[in-house]
Write a protein that binds this ligand. Sequence first.
Ligand SMILES: Cc1ncc(COP(=O)(O)O)c(C=O)c1O
Length: 421
Amino acid sequence: MSTNLHAANAPSHVAGTKTPFSKLNSKPLSHIVGPDGSKRAINLCAGQAALPQEVLERAAREFVNTDGSGTSVCEMGYRTQPFHRIMERAESSFRKLLNIPDTHEVHFFNGGATLQFAAIPLNLMGGENEGKCANYLMSGHWSEKARNEASQFGEVNEVAKDPAGLYFSVPPASEWNTDKDAAYFHYTSADTRQGLEIRDFDFEGLPEGMPLCCDASANLGTFPMDIAKHDVIYSASHKNFSASGICYAIIRKDLISRKNQMKAMPTMCNWVKFQEAPNKIYNVPVLTSVWLGAMVCEYMIEKGGIPYYEALAIKRSNLLYDLIDSSQGFYRTFVTDVKFRSRMQVVFTIGSGTSDSDVALVEEFLREANDDLGWLDIRSHPLGLGHDVIRVTMYNHQPIETITVVRDYMQQFMEKHATAM
Ligand SMILES: Cc1ncc(COP(=O)(O)O)c(C=O)c1O
């Protein structure tokens, strides 16, 4: 296995085909039928990602004259009563859905999750924490990005680093090299590349009293996360809650303070400035994503909240894992420990994924699914193999019907080619 082809290598492709969906969708396995009877693409995109069609229909109806305000949300002033009401709905439904305790503040920061990669060290590694390092549990590509950003501002202690950069598993907390005096501990609860998820963070590995920060971009709202045991949880909006552009942040109130802030930082990273601004709005938010997010959270509560979405995530991902595990080696995942197998991304290859014949099969699978069937975003990163692999994304709002189509195609493909291996 080549060590320079690690998890951070990205494929250089643009997903999808130039043939319009209307010309492909008469084929079997090219679409699902939505709740209103219309054909919907097999959307496996990881950012942005599928949203509930019922919410999209409601948004379309309410877009031009949002909440009877006489204006659309995308031309609404951010300091108007209609938008303040939307912000209140967005926060209260998000709090209710996740059962967020009063000890924690909620913010809808601009700049996606990536800006919080910088905001966390800027707010927590200065002042009384000056000179302390920060612990980063390494679990894949996104923890590498978070680490890279933090290391621009202070010293980072990499916990449980995989020298090959593959991260198909995470060692137990008893083996972590945690710095006991660090300013905070950071981990990523789901890495979208290799399909690894940490749903059961090992709190034993955390020195007493050390603030715990989690990038839960890929899986917040998909399982019952213990919010009170975390100090900062942040999540890109475009996967499980809304369209892109904002970061859902849950921060323990006493951490929003000048006492551990660095002396200089961009205002957009300054949690205190946002906290002290009227209605926690410092500059113009991504109003349309906040609005859509309010409707999505309300819809999620109506559906049955986290227990409903967790059960769905298990059932949906098992459609593929069961087929892979019973395929007698035709299909193979990289993460094999059930504890760490992601319910958000099922990432796999065919056979070894490296021999000429297996690579040819992977390419045939990808070509048929992408070009002939018009599936969106099925090709994935090489993961140390030197060749692209196959990734199926299924955040909260991925219809199970989409994954059933994927499963049926995988079954047919295997039946056609199993003897060729
Ligand atoms: C785990 C994780 N963190 C952070 C991000 C980046 O989020 P954003 O694009 O909102 O900055 C992503 C993907 O988009 C992700 O999967």
